[in-house]
Design a protein around this ligand. Structure first.
Ligand code: XUL
Length: 501
């Protein structure tokens, strides 16, 4: 009998399922269900409820529960071998919260999700109570952020005190869904727990002062924290899995993606080049960002991961390409026609307010760079993005041994060469379409083995599922790399000047 493991991903717009045949090292089922289309009665747009205040972004938690039932109906119709499936885990969009009364009904019919940014006041209050930005990041892994669960809970407590009082249990999207699979209240894993501003990042326990700063009586409403491989219990029989199948805790989508991208030991870093560029790093030792710009979450291996999001990614690359009326071939020729280091020309491409570094006022800054020189501007944007990633990930003190590039722009080898040269490390391409769902399925395989008393090795778990594209590795050019070792100092000074009050 093949050993099958199921990974589910409850994301903002859809629920996905990936079933893996562990011995064949193959994904044998892959299906997604779009919330707006499958469950139109909830009136969501891209999974989110319309709201007059653009800062408020909520979704109906009942929608996520219904989607889970629909997914299992679909899998039965598709004759998926559920009866042979031995374990299930999942991934949830991070930070979103679900509020339940003691009888299991909702104390709050809608759930704030990660796109919500209506809690600036509460962020400031909690940050102050924890001793400021640096101390908050040091204590909880991140500075307070509007989408993080603690500030969201505080806002709920302040605005709807009665409903807060009636709340017996606060879940994350991940723990809510895990609870449905097991038919009981589920713990919150250390990966997703770190996205709340409520967990002591090093001790991996609820942080008493953070809880007090957030809302009274909160400790009683939160479930226990657990390691990411914790088995909650048998899977509820209504799902039709193997009678011995176990339900694992779920984690956040970013921790699950770290596994789905194969980042399982120190020195492994992935960079996703998408609308925004995101750096995922694996850390053995917990270090936090003193500037409070990057996040530290628990990694599902029991170590740590970082997530650093640069907003001006593809968005900015496209802007420069369009400004100089180039297609991508023309852009790449421009890159090839200019030397690494760009003769000292620097651009700060803040087309939109930037997350890292924190830039509230958008603007393009040029230093020793002629705006009319198309080729130099093409090189400048790519070099700026890569130098910014290098500079703003230094606090991790992780020297990448190899970078795994993914996302739309990672097909562009000219861009990856600049990445390899600036980071001075080889870059390989990896294409995993649903890294969070795959990561969840791999976590299920790992958790099942651990539960059976084996000592599963992550390297063996991910092998064959998360390998980079053969022959895609790009090596750094030593001469270019040493140019960037010097240029990065100038780049850092340019940032300082542009950000000076
Ligand atoms: C991470 C974050 C997003 C969501 C997306 O901090 O807010 O990546 O997890 O689902």
């Amino acid at each position: 009998m093949p050993r099958l493991f199921l990974g589910l991903d409850s994301s903002t717009q859809s629920l996905s399922a990936i079933l893996i045949d562990y011995d064949a090292r193959k994904v044998v089922y892959d299906h997604s269900l779009n919330y707006d289309k499958a469950l139109p009665k909830y009136g969501t747009q891209n999974g989110v409820l319309p709201h007059p205040n653009p800062l408020v972004k909520h979704s109906p938690p009942q929608l996520w529960a219904d989607a889970l039932d629909l997914m299992f109906q679909q899998m039965k119709r598709d004759k998926v071998a559920l009866g042979e499936t031995l374990a299930v885990s999942g991934s949830g969009q991070q930070h979103g919260s679900v509020y339940l009364k003691a009888d299991g009904t909702f104390a709050r019919p809608t759930s704030p999700i990660w796109m919500d940014s209506a809690t600036s006041v509460e962020c400031a209050e909690i940050r102050q109570a924890l001793g400021g930005l640096k101390a908050t990041a040091e204590a909880t892994g991140s500075d307070t952020f509007e989408r993080f669960t603690g500030p969201q809970i505080r806002k709920f407590f302040k605005a709807e005190r009665n409903a807060y009082e009636q709340t017996a249990h606060i879940a994350l999207v991940s723990s809510y869904m895990a609870g449905l699979m097991a038919g009981k209240i589920a713990p919150i894993d250390h990966g997703d727990g770190a996205g709340m501003n409520l967990m002591a990042i090093r001790k991996k326990k609820w942080h008493p002062r953070a809880l007090d700063a957030t809302a009274p009586g909160l400790a009683r409403k939160l479930p226990p924290l657990a390691e990411s491989w914790k088995v909650i219990g048998p899977v509820h029989p209504r799902f039709g899995l193997n009678k011995n199948a176990v339900a694992l805790v779920w984690s956040g989508d970013n921790p699950c993606s770290v596994i789905g991208l194969g980042l399982i030991k120190a020195g492994m870093v992935a960079i996703s080049l998408g609308t925004s560029d995101t750096l995922f790093g694996y850390m053995e030792e917990c270090r936090t960002d003193p500037n409070g710009e990057g996040h530290v979450f628990g990694a599902p291996t029991g170590d740590y991961m970082t997530l650093i999001c640069f907003k001006n990614g593809s968005l900015a690359r496209e802007k420069v390409r369009e400004t100089y009326r180039l297609d991508w071939d023309g852009f790449n020729r421009a890159l090839a026609s200019t030397p690494p280091g760009n003769n000292g020309a620097i651009m700060l491409p803040w087309f939109e307010a930037e997350i890292v570094p924190r830039v509230n006022k958008p603007g393009i800054h040029r230093f020793d760079l002629d705006e009319k020189n198309a080729a130099a501007n093409c090189r400048a944007i790519i070099e700026a993005q890569m130098m910014s990633m290098r500079l703003h990930s230094q606090w991790m003190q992780v020297k990448p041994a190899r970078i795994y590039a993914t996302g739309g722009a990672s097909v562009n080898t000219a861009i990856l060469q600049v990445m390899a040269d600036v980071m001075n490390c080889p870059v390989a391409r990896i294409e995993v379409a649903k890294s969070a769902a795959l990561g969840a399925a791999l976590r299920a395989a790992h958790g099942y083995a651990a539960h059976a008393g084996q000592k599963p090795k992550w390297q063996e778990i991910v092998a064959g599922f998360t390998d980079p594209i053969p022959g895609s590795e790009i090596k750094p050019n030593p001469k270019a790399a040493s140019t960037y070792d010097k240029l990065i100092e100038k780049y850092a000074n340019c940032e300082k000047r542009a950000l000076a009050p």
